[in-house]
Design a protein around this ligand. Structure first.
Ligand SMILES: Cc1cc2nc3c(=O)[nH]c(=O)nc-3n(C[C@H](O)[C@H](O)[C@H](O)COP(=O)(O)O)c2cc1C
Length: 296
């Protein structure tokens, strides 16, 4: 496990959505990657998952009651938000979204958000009808207008057995969004084309000439450039790697295809990084039928 979040103070606000159990896994991953995770739970969240689960996974006591925390002199209602590097509210119920959108400060989570001087990311999770309700849509828009980042929910089967938007995205995607919020956006406005992976030169319909490039270098460059705010186009040979979050990917097979794709796309680019292992050789003629081994 990498130490990517080492030393980052991350407040995770868990609210009363059925998806709260998923966020237990996220908290565990953040803590394993070195983050100092403080979990704040609403009263409703505590009825769905016990605070003990989040305490065990984060390695820190869970805060649930604003007044109890103050009385115990453990943490003040403004301290968490003002000291955090990042606040993530996940899952965020329609109710909490409404309260944050309208500036409420009636529990520890909402006061933490009001006092936060760092980026606040909100990951809505709810039934599709609740999400598409005009009141919720307006509240989500208000969150964006005051500068909070909304982690867009994805479509799929909901806990209530209906299909539609409202599910939390997968951790790998959310992780990328958290990392982007923690790093300086010094590549914002840049358009970067990156080539990656091997090419394949067909010998006949069954065989090809290629190399051992896995594409890891180009994909890592693409991921990092995206995290730093760039608009990234990845022109990739065949690899088994997943497309980095938010990166546009064009797949090619041959060196010729790599060349024409790069030439077509390069006009718009401010930077081009050629990390692909392009084949040095290709056959003069590609055989139309599979070459029999007896004819080799
Ligand atoms: C089993 C169960 C699951 C729920 N799941 C959700 C949900 O996924 N999203 C949502 O917005 N509300 C959901 N609710 C409703 C919220 O718990 C309710 O609106 C509550 O007041 C939210 O309080 P909070 O925002 O302070 O956590 C659920 C309620 C129950 C009983």
């Amino acid at each position: 496990m990498s130490n990517t979040f080492c030393g980052e103070k991350i407040v995770v606000g868990v609210t009363g959505s059925i998806a709260a159990f998923k966020v237990a896994g996220w908290v565990s991953s953040l803590a394993k990657e070195g983050a100092d995770v403080r979990v704040v739970m609403t009263e409703s969240a505590c009825r769905l998952v016990t605070p003990l689960t989040f305490a065990a996974l984060s390695g820190n006591p869970v805060l649930t009651d604003m007044f109890a925390a103050e009385e115990a002199h453990s943490i003040s209602h403004i301290q968490l938000g003002s000291e955090a590097d990042l606040v993530l509210i996940a899952p965020a119920t329609a109710n909490t979204i409404a309260r944050i959108a309208h500036g409420f400060g009636d529990d520890l989570l909402t006061t933490t958000v009001l006092a936060a001087s760092c980026q606040v990311l909100v990951a809505p999770a709810m039934n599709s009808a609740m999400l598409l309700n005009p009141a919720t849509k307006k509240n989500i828009q208000l969150l964006k207008e005051v500068g909070h980042e909304v982690i867009e929910p994805v479509s799929g089967q909901m806990a209530c057995k209906t299909d539609g938007p409202g599910r939390l995205p997968e951790w790998d995607d959310v992780r990328e969004q958290l990392l982007a919020s923690l790093v300086e956006q010094d590549l914002q406005g840049e358009k970067i084309l990156i080539t990656a992976g091997p090419t394949r030169e067909a010998l006949d319909p069954a065989r090809f000439l290629s190399n051992r490039s896995a594409g890891k270098m180009g994909y890592a460059l693409a991921r990092t450039a995206k995290r730093r705010g760039a608009d990234v186009l990845l022109v990739s040979g065949p690899t088994s790697l997943p497309t980095p979050h938010g990166v546009k990917r064009l797949d090619i097979q041959t060196a010729e295809e790599m060349h024409s794709t790069v030439v077509e796309s390069c006009q718009d680019m401010s930077v081009i990084i050629k990390a692909a292992a392009v084949s040095d050789f290709c056959p003069e003629h590609i055989r139309a039928d599979k070459v029999k081994k007896e004819d080799a």
